[in-house]
Design a protein. Structure first.
Length: 136
């Protein structure tokens, strides 16, 4: 409906929210599609602050499915965007899961931090392409 009204930004925000709901319903493939769609639109209009939410969602999916290296890289990419914009994901994302905590527990603090710093060192466009790319 929002797209029909020409409000694609609102539709993208809702898509990211639907990704969270799909994750909670244990539908990771559907959630990933929702997060990717939202992230693609936010990058299309250069809305980096809003892009953080679906980026965090993709990190959450990676962390909860055992792809901890990928999650750490995505968290690092989020760190870079946060530093450059000063914005951040809604508090809802932090209430769903402690993505950083999941990653640290799985990889250990030192390795987690090293990988996260690698993600942070990526250029934003490269990090977004990584986030939108192959899940492996």
């Amino acid at each position: 409906m929002q797209r029909e009204l020409g409000n694609e930004l609102q539709a993208a925000e809702w898509m990211s929210g639907l990704g969270v709901i799909e994750h909670m319903l244990r539908e990771p493939d559907i959630a990933a599609g929702r997060f990717r769609e939202a992230l693609t639109y936010f990058m299309k209009v250069n809305n980096l602050v809003s892009a953080i939410s679906p980026l965090r969602g993709l990190a959450l999916l990676a962390a909860t499915s055992g792809r901890h290296d990928r999650a750490a890289i995505l968290l690092g990419a989020e760190d870079r965007i946060l530093e450059n914009t000063g914005g951040g994901p809604p508090a809802l994302m932090d209430r769903i899961a402690d993505v950083a905590g999941i990653v640290k527990e799985a990889l250990g603090e030192a390795r987690s931090e090293d990988i996260r710093l690698g993600g942070k060192a990526m250029e934003t466009d490269a990090a977004i392409l990584y986030a939108l790319g192959d899940e492996s």
